[in-house]
Design a binder for this molecule. Structure first.
Ligand SMILES: NC(=O)c1ccc[n+]([C@@H]2O[C@H](COP(=O)([O-])OP(=O)(O)OC[C@H]3O[C@@H](n4cnc5c(N)ncnc54)[C@H](OP(=O)(O)O)[C@@H]3O)[C@@H](O)[C@H]2O)c1
Length: 170
């Protein structure tokens, strides 16, 4: 008998400017409260897999979510962080049906080949920065898009869901 093995869904949560920027000087280049609320709603209760630099950029541990931090430094540790030496080790440690890839650029690049969903916030502005989204790869289709106008000096943005069927690509 062939049994169905449930593979975890690996999905990215990312905010990207029109010029591809996702970060600047170790932090986020914009402050969009609605984006923070969406990220909270998308990630609550799910393990977050992130690079060491992204973990260190957070104002603190985000409640209700495990923080699995990828680093090459075998001695690195921090309160609230579970440490993994590779993406594979992080995914094994996560052991959940839905695993969030929380960034930054280095970890998005590692995880994109494994991802079947991207929850993107497109910031409709060119923004100065030093960290860029890596190429997403092939096969994505846009499943949902919700546009939001500029307000209070903040740029317009869109919440976008991209999906692809990884099995079809094998
Ligand atoms: N806009 C967004 O949605 C978003 C989301 C997340 C982050 N960000 C921004 O992105 C920037 C950080 O991104 P980043 O690319 O510079 O750093 P990062 O991906 O957060 O972390 C990079 C670190 O991860 C570890 N690492 C990377 N590849 C590895 C591998 N193959 N094996 C083991 N460890 C590995 C290394 O840690 P060690 O050096 O400790 O070995 C490396 O220095 C910040 O500005 C942050 O604010 C933006």
């Amino acid at each position: 008998m062939v049994s169905a093995i449930a593979r975890p869904e690996v999905f990215l949560v990312a905010a990207v400017a029109a010029n591809g920027v996702i970060g600047n000087a170790g932090g986020m280049p914009w402050h969009i409260p609605a984006d923070f609320r969406r990220v909270k709603q998308l990630t609550m209760g799910k393990p977050l897999v992130m690079g060491r630099k992204t973990f260190e950029s957070l104002p603190g541990v985000l409640p209700g979510r495990r923080h699995i931090v990828i680093t090459r430094d075998a001695d690195w540790q921090a309160d609230g962080a579970e440490v993994a030496s590779s993406l594979e080790a992080a995914l094994v440690l996560a052991a959940a049906p839905h695993i969030v890839i929380f960034g930054g650029a280095a970890i998005y690049a590692l995880a994109l080949p494994r991802a079947s969903r991207i929850e993107l916030t497109e910031v409709h502005a060119d923004v100065p920065g030093d960290t860029h989204m890596p190429p997403l790869g092939d096969g994505w289709h846009e499943e949902a898009r919700e546009e939001h106008a500029a307000e209070n000096g903040r740029p317009a943005y869109a919440f976008v869901t991209l999906r692809r069927d990884l099995w079809r690509r094998i």
